[in-house]
Design a protein around this ligand. Sequence first.
Ligand SMILES: *[C@@H]1O[C@H](CO)[C@@H](O)[C@H](O)[C@H]1NC(C)=O
Ligand SMILES: *[C@@H]1O[C@H](CO)[C@@H](O)[C@H](O)[C@H]1NC(C)=O
Ligand SMILES: *[C@@H]1O[C@H](CO)[C@@H](O)[C@H](O)[C@H]1NC(C)=O
Ligand SMILES: *[C@@H]1O[C@H](CO)[C@@H](O)[C@H](O)[C@H]1NC(C)=O
Ligand SMILES: *[C@@H]1O[C@H](CO)[C@@H](O)[C@H](O)[C@H]1NC(C)=O
Ligand SMILES: *[C@@H]1O[C@H](CO)[C@@H](O)[C@H](O)[C@H]1NC(C)=O
Length: 458
Amino acid sequence: MMQKCHRKKGHFPLMALVLFVCIIFSILYKEITTIQRIRQSQPQNEVNDDQPQSSDFQLQQEFLPRPTVLLNRSLSSRAPPVPLDKSSACSSTVEYSGRRVLPAGRTPEPGGWRGQPQGCDFFSGEWVFDNASRPLYNESDCPYMSDQLACLKHGRPDVDYQYWRWQPLNCNLKRWNVTEMWEKLRGKRLMFVGDSLTRGQWISMVCLLQSIIPADKKSMTPQAQLTTFTAQDYNATVEFLWAPLLVESNSDDPVDHTLPERILRPDSILRHASQWKDADILVFNSYLWWRQGPVKLLWSNEDSGVCEEIDGLGGMELAMEAWADWMASDFDALNKQAFFVTMSPTHFLKEEWEPGSEGNCYNERQPISSERYLGNGIHLPTMQIAEKVLRRLSSKVSVLNITRLSDYRKDGHPTIYRKFWEMLSPETLSKPASYSDCIHWCLPGVPDVWNELLFQYL
Ligand SMILES: *[C@@H]1O[C@H](CO)[C@@H](O)[C@H](O)[C@H]1NC(C)=O
Ligand SMILES: *[C@@H]1O[C@H](CO)[C@@H](O)[C@H](O)[C@H]1NC(C)=O
Ligand SMILES: *[C@@H]1O[C@H](CO)[C@@H](O)[C@H](O)[C@H]1NC(C)=O
Ligand SMILES: *[C@@H]1O[C@H](CO)[C@@H](O)[C@H](O)[C@H]1NC(C)=O
Ligand SMILES: *[C@@H]1O[C@H](CO)[C@@H](O)[C@H](O)[C@H]1NC(C)=O
Ligand SMILES: *[C@@H]1O[C@H](CO)[C@@H](O)[C@H](O)[C@H]1NC(C)=O
């Protein structure tokens, strides 16, 4: 796969995309294959040992308008569809028909975002070097740290990335206070729902919170899809639900899933909603898994297994609409709170912040200081779809717009300083940039700030 990733240099935007897809793919794929290895009881050949073909991933950048065909939602008389899992397959695949979950074009709600304090935009500002008050916890003090994010443990030689504090332009963030946060969480369930980026934010939250809880009063319960950190005395939990595509998909097992062929049910949100419906505070995200090329839609009333293929963005819009529909009709915003975290940017092209140079986030030690910087790691069409869907929910869901502030943090990624699940060849090792992770974030680091922002809203 690695060889495929740097085949040739060529046209910048196209190659950049292919490179992006390749690298994301290789990082996600590595996780998958290893976890397979960890699960020794599972047959190894389930995840194709064939390397994924980058030619399969014709990333369609533009979002084409399509005909709207309304689906009759009265499916209650039907037998429930077979749940999707890793063994699910399409009998055949046709082009996307234009079918929608719900009537398109419902009117957006008026007004601004829920919970946005007047006169202060938390999401515009700058990173300030502050080695007196940061980091908020130490990597080695957090027993729940992930090997994917523990950069010092995996040899990162510099520590400055831990010392940056986010300073909004015209106001201050409330100081992080772990006791106060626990008081807010008392008797409640806080649940993060999403992909590996959300998992990083959840681990950050657990690390931020766990230090004041004595060892015999806290526990971590790993379950299939849902992992729960419990603090007994506060009767509170901080949970993570793996749901990378929001709707039901063949990738809903957090360890035993397939990335190359993503099949989803765009009209089936209930499998996940049944797990999050009793949480008091919900934090969602979804984007990374839509950036890996087309996905396959298997509608719930499609008995013969015929899938429709749609580009990732189109799939994301359908899934977000199904999610938004659930939120609009079933989420009790009077007694609960919901947040959507916008896309977390990647840093795969150094020439964006240093024109004329090669490479990526590897060896970056400093944030970008220009407030006007906007890299290609921010995928605008993805942002626009999220925004369009979120507009409709503005009275129910608060947006944590972490995209721009995270985009300045080219120094914050694990690069080569994380656990890699497969043996890397000497040739690969000799080219560190070629396998650098410029997607996830070291902890302590950027996701701590996402959680400080969440703290402002609770
Ligand atoms: C939708 O389903 C209902 C109940 O099954 C049925 O009465 C109605 O005719 C259907 N409408 C369309 C447009 O198929
Ligand atoms: C904080 O950073 C300053 C400037 O780089 C340095 O002089 C100082 O020793 C650092 N303090 C700590 C505690 O690391
Ligand atoms: C992290 O460890 C250093 C050195 O052991 C210590 O001085 C500092 O107080 C610790 N920080 C936190 C937030 O626990
Ligand atoms: C943190 O919050 C607790 C409970 O709200 C409060 O008693 C304490 O004074 C706060 N600590 C700081 C440093 O603000
Ligand atoms: C603990 O919290 C749950 C909600 O998460 C609530 O139903 C239950 O009554 C609480 N128990 C106590 C002892 O406060
Ligand atoms: C988030 O902020 C970016 C600019 O930093 C903006 O383009 C985007 O529309 C915002 N997204 C939402 C959902 O507010």
